[in-house]
Design a protein around this ligand. Structure first.
Ligand SMILES: NC(=O)c1ccc[n+]([C@@H]2O[C@H](COP(=O)([O-])OP(=O)(O)OC[C@H]3O[C@@H](n4cnc5c(N)ncnc54)[C@H](OP(=O)(O)O)[C@@H]3O)[C@@H](O)[C@H]2O)c1
Length: 331
């Protein structure tokens, strides 16, 4: 089977550009013993992929120039030469950024029976939803009734963080980059308060909206957001360091928060995490989240681009706030 795919042409310098990517033709051949041939339905673009475009050691190895990028995707088996898969099975794999592939069945996960549209398994019921779930409940050690602030609140992870916190009876504040997103958070997703971080000072908004202080800050953004949240933490508060998207396109390191010493007197916990650290909770996460999504207790949002040639624009859009909810590319 012929397919199109996206390769990295050059390593982005600062904000990625469409020219950093190249659409190429690839072949997804007949599967050999132990392999499956898969047609992808949806692929994910994620902020962490920006880090993999830099040639440096990290928790995942860097992408190589000229090679097809990889990342989360959902597809359907076209032909199987593996006893574990049959034609039509929905599968989740890391062979994204391509319309189709033929690979060893090892490491490819059957989704089994799905109870929501397949693309939800890249969003709320997939990696971003699991990040929200473990980051808030395990890393943030959320307790019922606490006050929670989440940045990047209208995105894939943040929109789920806020809604889980509401299910736990918490007071939830979110920040996002536009008035439309702020309205979505308070009018549709049930956040108690939200503010546009491009309009006024972050610290000013937090002081006004959380006069009693914050118990948990779920940090998707870093930089000024982190510094302002530290100023507003209550004693023994917890900060889940999930991401720092404000810094991902920096070309030189920026100074850290200048108020970290406040964590000493307040007894704060600042804890970084990667979702994979909590793989042992994947089963519980899936059943809880499928229940919350299918019962309407958690509302999911997607921004969809269509066609493999749109994948670079969708990825770049993550750094411009072009998405509400999960950014997806459908084929
Ligand atoms: N630790 C983990 O295992 C893990 C797993 C998944 C994701 N993450 C991290 O979680 C964060 C959210 O990821 P996601 O997949 O849910 O992405 P997302 O929030 O769906 O998309 C990115 C959003 O970030 C916001 N943004 C972009 N540049 C910004 C800036 N300079 N300052 C403030 N906000 C900015 C934009 O929204 P606005 O319009 O609101 O600016 C954009 O829509 C990222 O930092 C990501 O790296 C971590």
């Amino acid at each position: 089977m012929q397919a199109k795919a996206v390769a990295l042409k050059t390593r982005p310098d600062g904000m990625p550009k469409p020219d950093d990517f190249q659409i190429i033709d690839i072949e997804a051949p007949e599967p050999k013993d132990g392999q499956i041939q898969v047609k992808n339905l949806s692929m994910s673009v994620d902020p962490y992929m920006r880090g993999r475009m830099v040639d440096r050691k990290s928790y995942v190895p860097p992408f190589q120039i000229g090679e097809v990028l990889t990342g989360g995707c959902i597809g359907q088996v076209v032909k199987s030469a593996s006893p574990d898969f049959k034609e039509g099975d929905y599968v989740s794999s890391a062979w994204g950024w391509r319309e189709a592939f033929t690979e060893s069945a090892e490491g490819i996960q059957s989704l089994g029976t799905i109870v929501a549209p397949a693309s939800e398994y890249l969003g709320a019921i997939g990696m971003p939803g699991m990040t929200a779930y473990v980051g808030l409940l395990e890393v943030g050690a959320l307790k019922d009734g606490e006050t929670v602030f989440v940045s990047g609140a209208a995105g894939a992870v943040g929109s789920i963080v806020g809604q889980i916190a509401k299910l736990k009876g918490c007071t939830v504040i979110g920040s996002a980059g536009s008035d439309d997103k702020v309205e979505l958070l308070t009018k549709e997703l049930g956040f108690d308060h939200a503010f546009n971080y491009n309009d006024g000072s972050i610290l000013g908004h937090l002081k006004e909206l959380a006069p009693g202080g914050l118990d948990v800050y779920f940090d998707n953004v870093g930089a000024e957001h982190l510094q302002a949240a530290i100023m507003c933490m209550r004693p023994f508060g917890r900060i889940a360091l999930c991401g720092a998207i404000a810094t991902y396109n920096d070309t030189s390191p920026r100074p850290g928060p200048n108020n970290l010493s406040m964590a000493i007197g307040l007894g704060l916990t600042l804890r970084g995490f990667i979702v994979n650290h909590f793989d042992h909770l994947a089963g519980k996460f899936r059943s809880d989240m499928e229940e919350w999504v299918t019962s309407g207790q958690i509302i999911t949002k997607e921004t969809v681009y269509t066609g493999i040639d749109q994948a670079p624009e969708a990825f770049i859009g993550l750094f411009k706030g072009s998405n509400t909810g999960k950014m997806i590319v459908n084929f």
